[in-house]
Design a protein around this ligand. Sequence first.
Ligand SMILES: [Mg+2]
Length: 416
Amino acid sequence: MRILKFIAYSVVRHAAFVGYDELEAVDDCMDRRIAHFDLDAFYVAVERVENPKLINVPVLVGWPGARGVVATASYEARQYGCHSAQAMRQALQKCPEAIVISPNMTKYREYSDAFHEILLERTPLVEPAGLDEAYVDLSVLAANGLGEPISVAQELRQTVLNSLGLTVSVCIAGSKPTAKIGSAYVKPDGCLEIPIGTDAAFLSTLPVRTMPSVGPKFQRALLEMGINTIGELADTDSKWLEMRFGRQGLLTKKRAQAKDTSVIRHLPGQRKSISRESTFSEDLSMATDILAQLFKLSEAISNDLRDSRRAIRTISVKIRWSDFEVITRQRTLEHSVHSHKQVHPVAKDLLETELKINRSRGVRLLGIGLSNFTDEQFQLPLVSGPTERVIRDKSIETAIQKIHGKFGSDAIRRGH
Ligand SMILES: [Mg+2]
């Protein structure tokens, strides 16, 4: 168990370096706590972050025109009977005052990446499922005293809301299918933990159509047999299900019984970028305050970079102004960098340029991102002064890191 604990701890600290096999071994040996994270009305929610005038009014994100289809309907539009995959013309008949917005997939992908990154910052055991969903195995964290599932889920929900302005519904259960059904059950902006061993009881009274694997045709056939609830499906004779629906029938019964054991298929590769963001409770307008926040973010992200033991070449700064407009500015360097001392001046320069252009605007959110990882691990930069100075900087940062690890990131800060 000690070794497993060590592996699990390494998994948490150095996500990128742990193989899939080790993680499965960890997964097999404890009570599974699988969370399904699902962003609420995702496309609409992103449009609302960027344009608050869309809040509290019916919105349809989708392709306009005679042959257009609804991609996402806001909850206000859903009250009129609008829903995704509906013909836009039909949706507008039901809710003529709805505001129609064409999808901006590039923007949604950016938000989606940021959402998945937030989850990955907490644990590597993340399986993205489409742009707005992810399964996260919270068992390993809990088993190692690194956070109870429900508190980790709430913390991540808060981080997603603070950083991206999006609400996410979560259900923690013993298996992926139950967690997915549960997150739909608590939508919007809900959080539910189904206690260990009670998945089947939770599912039993829900209609069979709430199972994602039961389509309209399958549902009709089940209803004809008098099978209305997931509990009734769980009790249905296996032979009959197999004869009637083949392997799909047996698999669905297994899910109805909450006996699905599929594991999180996390991405084995290394992360392409890391980011840190802060949303302020009040908009910041003083340049000194904004720069102080950037300094903190730069320190935090440099710690993350050090943990990953890699170097990067691209640094970006994200600003959400008080009017919700978001801008990102980035710079790619000729040499790779790995420390706060190197990251901070570049980020500061990018930020100061924008603050000069936008003197009168308040800052609602500040973010910093590092990408373009290089293969060189801690390679010394060629153009930033004598080697001795670089080595000295590195040892100072290592010392600061150790203190941060022990006492938290407010304990000590470089004096410049
Ligand atoms: Mg969703």
